[in-house]
Ligand binder design. Structure first.
Ligand code: AMP
Ligand code: ZN
Length: 483
């Protein structure tokens, strides 16, 4: 069966044919590490994780690079404003490197909790400054870059005449300019030949902290440059898939593509398939700190397991906007419980003589693969697993070895979606089991409260507190966290 993926370059679902037989090289844009990972970032990383797991399962040798941006991402897309890391560090009374160290540590912890992070290389921008300077030199040498007052810019017009700069955004450069808000910044009038030109190297103001010596000035790299340099360093001049969120369809990815062409004077597309995931919204709105609807992964992991969040992400297609609500997580939790329940039933069944599940297993495998081959239809894949789990519940009289095969199949396919599905039913088997038990006790306490058995319910709450679990009664229901 052939895997098909939607390519933003052609706006078509295309058969996936890697550049090198049997191999799969992918680069995805990662975290700008100035603050905590939010639930939207996590959704995006889950998409790429599923893609990688699936292609590995199909037999490809996967090599995945995802960067960490620790310098150069400015608060303003027009090459103005403050470096996001420096600004956040200043607000927290830290030096930038201190903030980055702290955030990177947390990032890895959270990625682990989400069963993410199976990367081959996670390069950081600050570790690649010499390569970036070299790349700027090559871009100038190849005629696509020019220097002005110590900063270096990319000549978008020249590139556009050869390789259609707006191909990813599907817009011509006039429209892109108009879409940039019609705002002409000081730098655009003073230094850039054309307002769409973007910075490769930026001369630092004296107050700027993260800066390096270069042939043009003491300065720092433009944000887009790191991805071009690190993708080619670890994957080669051309590679298979480049992924990112829909926000990167302009300006980040058109700029990356232009740089990749220019650094190596390429004649062919540097990346075969550009893949973009849609954003996650909260209660129908864009997530924003000022609206107070900003969920970090850290907050959510206090209330839900990483596996529940992965079930939530897998339940919707990566090219559809996903709306995060408390109900949607609860629903994901229920789905997960259904699968765990089936695994539990299998583990506790002695089996019988039936064989009916054998053909159902074959059918599940086939349908699952068809769904995933169709541009990663993970929502359908989840539904297939749930339907199958229902079938199993009705078929516990099947032979024990058939039941075991059903269980292993559910685990194998669930793993592709990022679910762990391990250690069911045994206390102390792992963090997840402990959490399931706490959930159960908290639910029992809730039932006691419904029956106005307050004395007993308070006793349960006290007991949990002594065990380091704090129960909170909120308007949205009962929550707990480890303290
Ligand atoms: P950033 O840290 O903003 O550079 O983003 C890291 C990755 O998360 C990029 O691929 C973004 O496109 C993606 N991303 C940022 N915000 C959201 C969101 N609300 N929903 C989904 N993906 C997002
Ligand atoms: Zn990038």
């Amino acid at each position: 069966m052939v895997f098909k993926i939607y390519n933003t370059l052609t706006r078509k679902k295309e058969e996936f044919k890697p550049l090198e037989e049997g191999k799969f090289k992918i680069y995805t844009c990662g975290q700008t590490i100035y603050e905590d990972m939010h639930i939207g970032n996590a959704r995006m990383y889950s998409n790429w994780d599923i893609l990688n797991r699936y292609l590995k399962w199909k037999g490809y040798g996967v090599f995945h690079v995802q960067n960490i941006t620790d310098v150069g991402h400015l608060t303003d897309d027009a090459d103005q404003g403050e470096d996001k890391v420096e600004k956040s560090a200043r607000e927290k009374n830290m030096i930038p490197e201190e903030l980055v160290t702290k955030q990177v540590k947390r990032y890895y912890r959270e990625m682990d909790s989400l069963n993410l992070g199976d990367y081959n290389v996670v390069p950081r921008a600050t570790g690649h400054i010499p390569e970036m300077i070299e790349a700027v030199e090559k871009i100038i040498e190849n005629g696509y870059g020019y220097e002005r007052n110590g900063s270096v810019y990319f000549d978008v017009k020249k590139f556009d005449e050869e390789h259609d700069y707006g191909k990813i955004a599907r817009k011509n450069i006039e429209d892109l300019r108009a879409g940039a808000g019609g705002r002409v910044t000081e730098k655009e009038t003073k230094e850039k030949k054309n307002p769409l030109d973007f910075a490769l190297w930026i001369k630092a103001d004296p107050s700027h902290i993260m800066k390096w010596k270069s042939p043009w000035s003491v300065g720092y790299p433009g944000w887009h440059l790191e991805c071009s340099v690190m993708s080619t360093k670890y994957l080669g001049e051309r590679f298979d898939i480049h992924g990112g969120g829909e926000d990167h369809m302009f300006p980040h990815h058109p700029n990356e593509r232009a740089q990749n062409y220019a650094i190596n004077n390429l004649k062919e597309e540097p990346v075969k398939y550009w893949v973009h995931g849609k954003f996650l919204t909260i209660d129908g709105e864009k997530m924003s700190k000022s609206k107070g609807n900003f969920y970090t992964v850290k907050d959510l992991l206090e209330r839900y397991s990483g596996e529940t969040l992965r079930m939530l992400f897998a339940s919707s297609h990566y090219r559809k906007q996903m709306d995060f609500t408390e109900d949607s997580v609860q629903e994901a939790q229920k789905k997960l419980e259904k699968i765990y329940n089936t695994i539990y039933l299998i583990d506790n069944s002695e089996g019988g003589e039936g064989m009916s599940l054998t053909s159902k297993i074959t059918q599940l495998r086939k349908q699952f693969e068809e769904a995933m081959d169709d541009d990663l239809n993970t929502g359908k894949a989840v539904n297939l697993l749930l339907q199958f789990s229902k079938e199993v519940n009705k078929s516990l009289g099947n032979r024990k070895e058939v039941l075991e095969e059903a269980k292993e199949t559910m685990k194998e396919l669930g793993n592709i979606l990022g679910l762990k599905l391990e250690e069911s039913g045994s206390v102390g088997g792992g963090e997840k089991d402990v959490e399931a038990f706490i959930d159960l006790i908290v639910q029992v306490r809730d039932k006691l409260r419904e029956k106005k058995e307050y004395e007993l319910s308070d006793e349960v709450r006290k007991g949990l507190k002594e065990l380091g679990v704090e129960v909170q009664d909120t308007d949205d229901g009962v929550r707990w966290k480890k303290v």
